[in-house]
Design a protein around this ligand. Structure first.
Ligand SMILES: [Zn+2]
Length: 115
């Protein structure tokens, strides 16, 4: 039920999957390396520094719990290590902004936020 990515958020780090054979980062949780095919993948902690790649303003929340936050800003951010992850952001976030990951408790889970 727990996952290294969500466990990382709860512990205050952004994690991504990485190949032990050739060091390539992986875009999503995968069973084999996208670059060399090795199945020896492991999780690594990212620095938390990233660049905003895309921005969305959410005015209609997908669930009752998120309705309390709406309207809110979501960004797709490219970690300095390469992978792209989605997170919350301050209103007015722009593509190309340099941001740093932070973590906010939300109910039983921890949400990733870029500021
Ligand atoms: Zn590899």
């Amino acid at each position: 039920m727990t996952h290294p990515y969500t466990e990382g958020l709860a512990a205050g780090v952004v994690r991504y999957q990485c190949c032990a054979a050739c060091d390539a980062w992986q875009p999503l949780t995968r069973l084999a390396c996208r670059a060399c095919g090795s199945a020896d993948l492991h999780w690594r902690d990212a620095s938390g520094r990233a660049t905003v790649f895309a921005v969305t303003e959410v005015s209609r929340a997908p669930t009752e719990a998120f309705r309390a936050l709406a309207p809110y800003t979501l960004v797709l951010a490219t970690l300095d290590e390469g992978p792209r992850v989605m997170g919350h952001a301050a209103p007015g976030a722009r593509i190309g902004d340099r941001v740093r990951a932070s973590f906010m408790a939300f109910g039983d889970s921890t949400l990733l936020r870029f500021d």
